[in-house]
Design a protein around this ligand. Structure first.
Ligand SMILES: [Zn+2]
Length: 450
């Protein structure tokens, strides 16, 4: 299996995934056809101005529209000075069908084709200015709506992978800064950074944390991967001393179960929070969630869910690991969920993934115990899905093909909630979940670790 991983690593930059196949369906509303698009490339230039207390983003997004219609994307901050192929356009708001989830669209019907949209916006979330220094981060969450890159600048939905470049300029302060990130640094000084991110990144991949030089201790290590590479890792933050010694053991555990570490490096922001959050080849985490977040490096940020209805898979898998990979011999009525049957436009993960989801996975492990156990399949699934989006159906099909078994009834009952939906045909859209589980940052906590 090793050669497959090497092949994926070598060619991950050029894998042309048909990510639009994983987009939610285009839809009609008030006589207009709204269409999801393919972002190809985005340049984001950030002017971080200490005296002006502002972060201005200049974006240039290249996208392709497959059929005539109105283009949907998202940006929580209001965009201004928006131009499409050189002509000024207006941006509108709408709610995605059967959700409480707002999004943005270009208020002009477009012909199929390639476009360049430029825009400006300010970032006000998770940025502070004090003592001639700026602290800012793009914290993300899959448990809150619109909490990926769109919280900070125009971005596509999480089904899409696209090349992102960033230029960060720190202005009107003489204090040197450091940017922690998970992209390639083309240029990096104390006041200016230019980054190129891998082309398989999507809206939930980027790790971005800016602060003043000298703030944190930093520990550097290197892990000998099973495929012969040496994986450099960097742990920084208040709890770096505690988390650093655990990295080698955790990487060894994960590589033993799921194959070679799917990245060329690892970055860990070790803080005092009770939970954590995963990014591609990076995590922001306290001690409790470290193993959970590193597990997500394989399932969540390498093989990544294409939308909210697939988000249960990686949380159920990581929670199954957290619970010691226990086997569950039977499932009952309590395990019936509709975790994967929310509106196809849902972008958040159903919290039942951590509880019922983990036990459903434990039961599947029981069903395949005599033919190698579920971890065998998961290693295979990562090898075929690394750096690609997946949905619940593609996960189920891969499982069925691997074991030559039929899981239709199990998924219908416990994951798609067929019986629940039959007895409650007018089930309301999922409300935004309460924060809990492994990724339970409150807003105060996110500012505290800024
Ligand atoms: Zn998780």
């Amino acid at each position: 299996m090793k050669w497959i991983i090497c092949f994926l690593l070598a060619f991950s930059g050029s894998l042309a995934a048909d990510t639009l196949a994983y987009a939610p369906p285009d839809f009609e509303k008030d006589g207009k056809t709204y269409r999801f698009v393919d972002f190809e490339k985005a340049y984001y230039s950030l002017d971080v101005n200490y005296s002006g207390r502002s972060v201005l983003v200049n974006s240039q997004v290249h996208f392709t529209l497959a059929k005539d219609g109105y283009v949907i994307f998202d940006s929580v901050p209001n965009l201004f000075d928006v131009y499409l192929n050189g002509k000024q356009v207006e941006i509108g708001d709408l709610y995605l069908p059967e959700t409480y989830s707002p999004a943005r669209y270009i208020q002009q019907k477009l012909k199929a084709g390639s476009y360049v949209m430029i825009s400006k916006n300010y970032i006000n979330d998770y940025v502070t200015y004090e003592d001639r220094r700026v602290r800012m981060a793009f914290w993300m969450s899959d448990l809150r709506d619109r909490n990926f890159l769109e919280q900070y600048m125009p971005s596509n939905f999480d089904y899409d992978q696209y090349q992102m470049d960033f230029h960060v300029s720190i202005q009107e302060t003489d204090r040197p800064h450091v940017l922690m990130h998970n992209c390639a640094a083309i240029e990096e000084t104390k006041f200016s950074m230019q980054l190129e991110c891998p082309s398989h990144y999507n809206s939930s991949s980027l790790f971005f944390h800016l602060f003043e030089e000298g703030r944190f201790v930093e520990k550097l290590g290197s892990y000998p991967s099973i495929d012969g590479r040496s994986i450099p890792y960097r742990v920084y933050g208040e709890t770096a001393d505690r988390l650093f010694p655990r990295i080698d053991g955790l990487l060894k555990e994960l590589e033993g179960d799921y194959g070679a570490w799917p990245y060329d490096s690892l970055l860990v922001y070790a803080n005092t929070s009770s939970g954590g959050m995963e990014y591609a080849a990076a995590t922001s985490t306290g001690a409790r969630a470290l193993g959970h977040e590193l597990h997500h490096a394989y399932f969540a940020r390498s093989a990544h869910p294409a939308g909210g209805n697939a988000g249960w898979v990686d949380e159920a898998l990581a929670s199954w690991r957290d619970g010691g990979y226990k086997v569950k011999t039977s499932l009952g009525p309590w395990h019936e969920t509709e975790m994967a049957s929310h509106s196809p436009y849902t972008r958040v993960t159903d919290m039942k993934a951590y509880t019922q989801g983990a036990q459903i996975i434990a039961h599947i492990d029981y069903l395949v115990q005599d033919v190698g156990g579920l971890k065998d399949f998961l290693k295979h699934f990562h090898a075929i899905s690394a750096y690609l989006p997946f949905d619940t159906e593609s996960f189920k099909l891969a499982l069925e093909q691997y074991y030559e078994m039929d899981f239709a009834q199990l998924f219908d009952t416990y994951v798609y909630g067929k019986r629940i939906l039959e007895s409650e045909p007018n089930l309301q859209p999922m409300h935004l979940p309460e924060q809990k589980g492994m990724h339970d940052f409150t807003e105060e906590e996110l500012y505290e670790i800024l």
